[in-house]
Ligand binder design. Structure first.
Ligand code: OXD
Ligand code: MN
Length: 589
């Protein structure tokens, strides 16, 4: 008798009509077979799906060029189909679930004709973890199958584990014909189901990532009492060998991967990587908050990655990698057959093909690599991988950092007075937009907890859920706001960032271990300058003061914008958030 999983695969095949169905076993041989097929036989637009790079310089690395219209997450085409619009909230596009399915059925009818349907059984989380979830994705492109193998724990064991169960998470994916007018990423939270057509890019296509581990999982967490967050997880080791675990929420392309693999500029300190994008946070029996990273791969932004910004990532990418490493929409140095992107170490190569495979010359006013070009690499290749990475229980979190890209106003670091104040601090945060999603770049948008594109339900209720989680914890993490991006009057960054961010992390570690005091301001607790280790940095007193300045007038304007944003959520915003809002407005007077 067919299992529920087999029945579902059969049903989807009936609709989409693939030539073949192939169940992936997750083995290394299989990944290489798929790469070979993608290199020789499968195409997207005019390019083969994989292109073999210089294996000596970049072992096991391949270049993928996406469809030119398909280069980033498309938030405007992403829907969360709760039974009613109010549950989805103003933070999500919404369509009535039956109507959404009708539309997608029409688009998906026969969409896999001439192609293979790959069946990908995978786990989000370590299989021994009580927090892990078994999932299955279908896709019609080898690039997605290989990417999912890098990003998740994929393999036949998961299919065996699912057995005759019905409670696995389902993801249906097809690149369709790449027509942006027929591109939709639809979530059905009440059915643990994602249906994505028309895009093969990143979060639109690797359904275990944003679609399941954030949008669907945040809704699961709302009901089950845990949090699914857009956060880095790291351990910070001090010179005595003590490790303090923290998480940090930051919007896409704001340096999460660099933070996750930070090479400390302070002697004796070391950062250990657990995750660079997603954290599932559960309360432990000891009243602390525990974090796991449900993924096992990194899907990082390539431009700007160099020995200066992220030496550990460069080492990982160039190491003799066991898993394949994929570069998507990077440029290609024709003479050496190596990938290239803006911000890479060394001179710009003479002969470059741009991300679409066209000859590029430096007098052109265009980027050779797409600004959202990415690498996909196994986390096991990271030289900074924490020994706790595979711990099924996760790691206990002492601090949560909430950050964004703000050229003005937001100080380098500030600590919330308590959990409730911290939730407000997250609720009021915003960030200047980047190329990670399709929209105008550099515009300030409100992005609470960096979750505005990823919260799978009404964000007002999400703030209430954060408050409830805090009530459950007897030893909650402290909450901090951070901002590496403040600029001076000439538009230059004041703070050096990257490896120097350890100085801010050190202060945070000192705070949570009660080693240093802090200075109270209306917006939170900021460091006494003597407690921030600035030795060897050359920042004038003037500029340093600017990093922590709290001027009432611009803050009042910020609050007005925050008030407008929060008001959209009406009765869903908890009274505690408005209480914090009012008390800040009063203190700024
Ligand atoms: C990502 C994103 O890919 O946030 O992680 O866009
Ligand atoms: Mn992300």
């Amino acid at each position: 008798m067919a299992t529920p999983l087999e029945k579902w695969v059969e049903q989807q095949a009936k609709l989409t009509k693939p030539d073949n169905i192939y169940w992936c076993d997750g083995s290394e041989e299989e990944a290489h077979k798929l790469i070979e097929i993608g290199t020789k036989y499968e195409k997207i637009a005019e390019h083969n799906i994989f292109y073999e790079l210089n294996q000596k310089a970049w072992p096991n690395a391949y270049l993928h060029r996406s469809h030119p219209t398909d280069v980033a997450r498309t938030e405007q085409l992403t829907f969360v189909c709760h039974a009613d619009k109010d549950t989805a909230g103003p933070n999500n596009n919404w369509m009535e679930p039956n109507e959404a399915k009708k539309l997608l059925t029409k688009i998906s009818d026969g969409c896999m004709r001439g192609r293979t349907m790959y069946v990908l059984p995978y786990m989000m989380g370590h299989p021994d973890s009580p927090y892990a979830k078994a999932c299955v994705q279908l896709t019609d492109v080898s690039y997605v199958a290989v990417s999912m193998r890098i990003m998740t724990r994929m393999g036949e064991k998961v299919a065996e584990k699912i057995g005759t169960r019905t409670d696995f998470v389902r993801g249906f994916h097809s690149v369709g014909d790449f027509d942006p007018n027929k591109r939709f990423i639809m979530h059905f939270p009440d059915e643990d189901f994602v249906w994505s057509v028309g895009s093969g890019y990143g979060g639109n296509a690797l359904l275990g990532k944003k679609c399941f581990s954030l949008r669907i999982a945040s809704w699961l967490g709302y009901h089950e009492g845990w949090l699914a967050e857009h956060m880095v997880i790291i351990g910070i080791e001090d010179p005595q060998g003590n490790i303090t675990y923290i998480t940090a929420a930051m919007p896409s392309a704001c340096g999460k991967t660099n933070l996750a693999m930070l090479e400390s500029a302070l002697p004796g300190y070391k950062v250990w990587t657990i995750g660079d994008d997603i954290a599932w946070l559960n309360s432990g029996a000891d009243g602390r908050l525990y974090a796991i990273n449900p993924e096992v791969g990194l899907f990082g932004v390539a431009p700007g990655t160099s020995m200066k910004t992220n030496p550990n990532m460069v080492k990982a990418l160039k190491a003799d990698n066991f898993y394949p490493t994929l570069f998507t929409n990077a440029a290609l140095d024709v003479d050496t057959n190596q990938p290239w992107w803006e911000g890479m170490d060394g001179p710009v190569p003479e002969n470059l093909l741009d991300w679409q495979g066209k000859a590029w010359n430096r007098t052109q006013n265009t980027k050779a690599a797409h600004p959202n070009s990415r690498f996909t690499i196994s986390i096991y290749n990271s030289p900074t991988l924490s020994k706790e990475f595979d711990n099924p229980a996760g790691v206990p979190i002492s601090a949560i950092l909430l950050g964004g890209r703000r050229t003005r106003l937001i100080p380098l670091v500030a600590e919330a007075f308590n959990w409730q104040h911290g939730v407000f601090l997250g609720a009021r945060s915003g960030s200047e937009t980047t190329a990670a999603a399709i929209h105008q770049v550099g515009v300030l948008r409100r992005d609470p907890m960096a979750m505005i594109p990823f919260c799978g339900y009404n964000m007002g209720d999400y703030f209430g859920h954060w408050l409830n989680i805090g009530r459950k914890l007897t030893r909650p993490p402290r909450i901090f706001s951070v901002n590496w991006f403040r600029v001076d009057d000439n538009g230059n960054f004041i703070w050096p960032g990257f490896g120097e961010n350890i100085r801010v992390l050190k202060w945070i570690v000192d705070r949570v271990n009660n080693r240093v005091g802090a200075q109270e301001t209306p917006i939170g607790l900021v460091p006494h300058q003597k407690d921030l280790d600035l030795e060897g940095l050359n920042i004038s007193q003037d500029k340093l003061d600017k990093l922590f300045e709290v001027s009432p007038q611009p803050w009042q304007e910020e609050l007005q914008d925050v008030g407008k944003f929060l008001s959209q959520f009406g009765k869903h915003i908890p009274s505690e958030i408005w209480h914090e809002y009012k008390s800040l407005a009063r203190d700024l007077r």
